[in-house]
Design a protein around this ligand. Sequence first.
Ligand code: C2E
Ligand code: CA
Ligand code: CA
Length: 753
Amino acid sequence: MRAVVPREAVGGSAERTEISRIPVITTVVVSALYVVGLLLGDRVRFEVIGVWLGIGAEVAAVAVCVCAVLRTRLTQWQVVFGGAAVTAYTVGDVYYLSTLQGQQAHAVISAADVAYFAFYPLMLGALAVTVRKLKGVTWPLLLDSLVGALAAASLMAMILAPVLRSGAGGGTTFEMIVVVIYPVLDLLLITAVGGLLASRGLDLGPRWLLLVLGLVLFAAADIAFALGVQDYVVGSAVDTGWILGIAAIALWIDGVARGGVSFRHQDRGLPAVTMLMVSTTAAVAVLIIGCQMPIAPLAQVLAALTLLLAAVPLLFRNRMLVTLATTDELTKLPNRRGLVTDLRGRLGGRHSGALFFLDLDRFKDVNDALGHSVGDALLVQVSERFARPLRPNDLFARLGGDEFAVFLDGLSREEALVVAQRLQAELTEPIQIGTASIKISVSIGIALTPENGTDISLLMRKADIAMFRAKSTRSGHHLYSSMDDDGGARKLRTLQELRAALVEGQFELHYQPKVNLPDDGVTSVEALVRWNHPLLGQLPPTSFLPLAEEAGLMPQLSTLVLEAAVGQVSRWHADGLTISVAVNLSGSCIQPDLPRQILALLEQHGTPPQRLMLEITEDMLMADPVHSAKILARLRNAGIQISIDDFGTGYSSLAYLRDLPADELKLDRSFITAMRTDPRAGGLVGSIIDLAHSLDLRVVAEGVDNAETLVELRALGCDLAQGFHFAKPLPAAKVAPWITKHALPATATSLLG
Ligand code: C2E
Ligand code: CA
Ligand code: CA
């Protein structure tokens, strides 16, 4: 048993555990003796021993609480507050008895009442601690609690009316109010506990039933006391409620401190409607009694209010259900169902307009790398960004995952394109989540109505096809055209063709020189794959790599590319050209078997590992940093060079680079392009270069396509540059001639030598 109750272990040795049970056993035994004594009455002179047994049980209960607080070392506020409540009440009783001085009872109220009163805020505190664990109290819970409180008040108004009425003949009005307030507070506590029990995910500990029992006993005693307040003497049966109540609450606290799993955890506790059922039954009972005998009008009014309020959720249930079913919980936007419902209305009215499908790029990587809560926060912020340029009448929905949809009435083709650009531009600034600064982009597909159709599902399909097109061409947005049609079928056909291409060897590598900036020599090239499609001609990698990745064909393709590149390097070497080759690897290829596979390949061709470099994009590394760092370290230890590709497009921090086994950093093309227009870009590039150097990494500038940028890069100390300014990716046969013609000293010697 002890194994499943971890806090027992925290409490210390088994011996201490046994000691802590003594107050519990004492409380149970003394309470039992009290009850037996009460039943035997005169035969055991209960009026004498009863008082002592009662006080004994309460003091033992305090000891139980002290042990519970010590056991949990003040870490559980439920235990601390509950224990303080029990102690306050007992202190009140001890004071009451010690100041009796031979009387049988004090006046209606005494100084002890201060301690008695303290019991309630402290107990409420214990319950509030539990509520704090519930994120955002939902309004049904609040409503249920209000119904419960009203029903309780109605009951009290009925039961206690005689007390209030007789008030004039007994004590002062103030005394009567004090006496009446206790049962009201008891019922409020019971209501609160009922509400907590009925809400999912809250836990009042394994012995929650004892808490309910204790509070009910308390309420019964307080009601009985209020009704017979003039006749009360110490040691009468009324005391039983208080004494056993305190004992039960102390045992509940002991249960909380011992921990263990309450069966309510498995949602087998009170059903959520229990509170409502009990409350309405009580209210109906009050009304029925009101018909049979005269009761306080206030009680009837309260009972009627209870029933009215209980009916509210029923009235709104239908609306609530509709709202729930058409709203996305995370972003509070309409969901797919909401979109369709709204669109149906708009398209039915023969509106013209544009439907945009928005799909975030590489959202999965963010989710995998930074966790789902960051992913969720990102989606919320992205949805807020997209909402910025929209007007209230525009339809904006989340379709699920990282997909959103927008519908704008009365938009022309040109206007739709402008809107798409504006939506894209909303993501230019990185999104800040905690300490992470996340740069994300979106691909947008657009379908126009009535041009592309007036039927919802047709329009949605076309927007989806256009989106897929925007994504696969990395164009940002794409307006549906009939050429994109039979999208699904086309994708399938492409997939079949891709499989065939792998088997038939329709892939070819082109090589782009990486130029050493100090001397313009070329000692390495990057291999870039091309697909020689039998019908469509040569296709760029961006048009088929996403599909290959999606279809799980990447490892196969990478193997082909690696074999071709290593083979080519060894052929160049045989021809006297000593250059190394860089191969791009997708994240899915970084598998534990990769080092072995590559080393075998190198050995087969007699190529030194130093001739091969692997380019891996920053975000691929971030997706599973520990795992990939391990594999890369093995490759690098074997002599293979590692380059971090597209650096700056992901969301890794520069500090993270320190832990990466890498030789080279490739600054993404977007930075280099920006240098022409944005003076700040140069500064940024300069500081990245400095930092990379301090980490012993070479820096390659990608996409250098003009002389000015090159001059600036040289001045900033960049090590290598690659781009159309020097050369486009070249077929293998053209590499050696290009180098002979263009490249200067370093290569020339290696070529000639
Ligand atoms: P990358 O690794 O960033 O490769 C550089 C891309 O930029 C190449 O496009 C290249 O043609 C292009 N480029 C080079 N200089 C310039 C320039 O001055 N201006 C402009 N606008 N572009 C320039 P490419 O060949 O279309 O490759 C695109 C991407 O496809 C590559 O980006 C790489 O991520 C991926 N890729 C290419 N081949 C392979 C491969 O064999 N395996 C894997 N896994 N990915 C590959
Ligand atoms: Ca690359
Ligand atoms: Ca790159």
